[in-house]
Design a protein around this ligand. Structure first.
Ligand SMILES: Cc1ncc(C[n+]2csc(CCOP(=O)(O)OP(=O)(O)O)c2C)c(N)n1
Ligand SMILES: [Mg+2]
Length: 681
């Protein structure tokens, strides 16, 4: 259908959609940057969705039972901002739209979830939104099963572009959504056949309809500019028991000189061309001006759900006080009161019995006591359940016929798992944790970075965290992954030394509201080093003195995880030789960094020589070797200098020189003034 016919057939719809198109054009032109074509192309789909289907109340974008709208094609951010402004979202004002992409504005280049409540997730890295949405839809299923349809009864809608569907993570997301029959997940594919470099044909010939169908989705193909077809497709999608993909044939930059070309993808800033496009759309008002009748029509859409929201609040208020309180606690992400005492009891028992177990097993021991009292956890693993020790007896399996199950078999989909966990956390009411091998942090990494950027408390259970995993060899032995995780802002990286520290780390991770955690856990058994029970969470200080020097303090050994035991053995050797040696356990650098300087100096005073021991690369350790009052010539590192190898763990520690004797020798050299720059460090 040509534009004139579309306009004539449904002028009310056309004008509402044109408001999105005009605001997009104006905001991008004013910023002289951004992406005009996608919002212009998808304006009709978005208008029908918001007008006819989306359950929301624009004045209350934090209403728990709203439908979620995920803009996976995040470069088209002006589509979202236009919708929020037009509907009357209190945060996205006209001023914000005018300040698109400027310092301090909520209307950032790509949508940022923490800038306004109406922005459900941060998108821009293509594919993330569609993968997040799987988690949103799973969270809705789980919460509906727990709290009932009266409180939880909504859909997740997604707009994804060619780029989102080309990214590998979309494959992982589509697969798990199909298997889990997430019927309330509805994805619109902006099928405009254009990406930045040109037409899709330059790089892809995938039959997306066949692809989604093969993964178990309900698929429809429509004209993405025809409001009646859009409406009918959404209605059919809502009825189907499978997740739905609606392939919307659209024209990027519809009505503009750049229509149907890759030029239409980016910023359309040519004033004459923009004026001509507005004339084609029948838009006659000045920049950022929406005629009053059209704005009023949009505001009516924005308040369409107000009564439904009020009814929902009445239903909630009619429930028992304890149910209301539990719902509020769950949605706020507050940990249950019993968590702290449960962790303390476990610590006491462990300190008394001093088991020799791998910290991945320690993590399971913690989860066995935590999961029964924290009903909002949803655990899972990317096909390594028996290795990651993430499944506890009480959880049950999340499945089509058991939405109360709290364990997800994610399959071999580290990236999809991480991104979906982010979606669960963003939805609210769920505390997701998921496991894989530490080495496959790489496969989950784009989503791990977004957990940190989005300020959400996703927990990553990363086991087999060093050469200590042994025979599987260097493909599976992380050496740089601790450094990568620690380099990421707003991420807590825990490498606990035993079950007590593991319990403390879990307590911290489960009480975060804005920070993700990475738990770096061993495959191999470790001795309990915390044999003296302390109720205080020492891991919360990041680092602490585990064993102090006897006699004159000449050396400080800093270690994490499996190497704390090695540092303790080195201390025994050195003390026997009369070299007073302190061992500092450093399970979480980020928390140690947050302590005041006085505490850090008490733990790491200047003077003694310092040696760090960690079965990973040195990168980052200089902060503690030279930091505060450490000196280069009085410090050393015992760890990895390259990739590992395939052999039994004990052999590897021996061959790579990560032993108590090697640590002791390093200390002797430093104490006796034989410092050598390490050529491999
Ligand atoms: C992971 C990732 N890779 C690359 C980009 C840069 N990028 C932004 S949009 C885009 C093209 C996307 O094409 P499509 O989804 O079809 O969007 P359209 O051009 O139709 O608006 C690219 C490559 C990105 N944002 N994220
Ligand atoms: Mg495209």
């Amino acid at each position: 259908m040509d534009i004139e016919t579309l306009k004539a057939q449904n002028p009310d719809h056309w004008n509402k959609a044109a408001a999105i198109r005009a605001l997009t054009l104006d905001a991008v032109a004013a910023a002289n940057s951004g992406h005009s074509g996608m919002p212009i192309g998808m304006a009709d789909v978005a208008t029908v969705l918001f007008e006819k289907h989306l359950k929301f109340d624009a004045s209350r974008p934090d209403w728990h039972d709203r439908d979620r709208f995920i803009l996976s094609a995040g470069h088209g951010s002006m589509l979202l901002y236009s919708l929020l402004y037009l509907c009357g979202d209190p945060e996205i004002t006209l001023d914000q739209v005018k300040n698109f992409r400027q310092w301090g504005a909520k209307t950032a280049g790509h949508p940022e979830n923490f800038l306004a409540k109406g922005i459900e997730t941060t998108t821009g890295p293509l594919g993330q939104g569609i993968a997040n949405s799987v988690g949103f839809a799973m969270a809705e299923e789980a919460l509906r099963a727990r709290f009932g349809k009266k409180l939880v009864d909504h859909h997740t809608y997604v707009i994804a572009g060619d780029g989102c569907l080309m990214e590998g993570v979309s494959h992982e997301a589509i697969g798990i959504a199909g298997r889990q029959e997430l019927s309330r997940l509805i994805v619109f594919w902006d099928n405009n056949n254009i990406t930045i470099d040109g037409t899709v044909e330059l790089s892809d010939r995938t039959d997306q309809v066949a692809r989604f169908t093969a993964a178990g989705w309900h698929v429809q193909e429509i004209d993405g500019h025809n409001p009646a077809e859009i409406d009918a497709a959404i209605a059919a999608a809502k009825k189907d028991k499978r997740p739905s993909m609606i392939a919307c044939k659209t024209h990027i930059a519809l009505g503009h000189a750049a229509q149907d070309t890759s030029k239409g993808h980016g910023a359309l800033t040519n004033a004459d061309q923009n004026a001509a496009a507005k004339a084609v759309w029948g838009w006659t008002t000045g920049p950022f001006e929406v005629p009053a009748d059209i704005k009023t029509a949009w505001e009516a859409i924005g308040s369409r759900g107000a009564s439904e929201r009020a009814e929902w609040e009445t239903r909630l208020a009619g429930m028992s006080a304890s149910r209301q309180a539990e719902f509020a606690r769950t949605m706020a992400g507050d940990a249950p009161k019993k968590l702290s005492s449960t962790i303390k009891a476990l610590k006491k028992q462990i300190s008394e019995t001093a088991p020799k177990v791998a910290t991945r097993k320690s993590s399971e021991m913690v989860l066995e006591v935590v999961n029964p009292i924290v009903p909002e956890t949803i655990g899972g693993s990317a096909d390594l359940t028996g290795s990651n020790n993430t499944k506890t007896g009480d959880l049950g399996v999340f499945d089509v016929d058991n939405r109360k199950g709290r364990y997800v078999y994610w399959g071999i989909r580290e990236h999809g798992m991480a991104s979906a966990m982010n979606g669960m956390a963003l939805h609210g009411g769920i505390r997701p944790y998921g496991g894989t091998f530490m080495c496959f942090t790489d496969y989950a990494r784009p989503a791990m970075r977004l957990s940190a950027l989005m300020r959400i408390p996703t927990v990553y259970v990363m086991t087999h965290d060093s050469i200590g995993l042994g025979e599987d060899g260097p493909t599976h032995q992380p050496v740089e992954h601790l450094a990568i995780s620690r380099a990421t802002p707003n991420t807590l990286v825990f490498r606990p030394a035993d079950t007590v520290e593991t319990a403390e780390a879990w307590e911290i991770a489960l009480t975060q509201t804005k920070t993700p955690s990475v738990l770096s856990l061993t495959r191999q058994n470790l001795a309990t080093v915390r044999t003296e029970h302390k109720t205080k969470n020492l891991t919360a200080q990041g680092a602490y003195v585990l064993a102090d020097a006897e006699g004159k303090r000449q050396a400080i050994l800093m270690a994490t995880g499996s190497e704390v035991e090695i540092a303790m053995a080195a201390r025994d050797i050195l003390q026997a030789e009369g070299i007073g040696t302190r061992v500092v356990s450093m399970p979480c650098w980020e928390l140690f960094e947050e302590q005041d300087e006085a505490y850090r100096k008490r733990v790491l005073p200047g003077g003694p020589v310092r040696v760090a021991v960690e079965a990973g690369v040195r990168f980052g350790w200089d902060r503690w070797l030279f930091g505060e009052r450490g000196k280069r010539e009085k410090s050393g590192f015992v760890g990895m200098h390259g990739f590992g190898a395939s052999a039994p763990a004990e052999t590897l520690y021996e061959k790579f020189g990560i032993t108590a004797e090697a640590v002791a020798q390093k200390v002797r050299d430093l104490v006796e003034g034989r410092w050598q720059p390490d050529p491999r460090a």
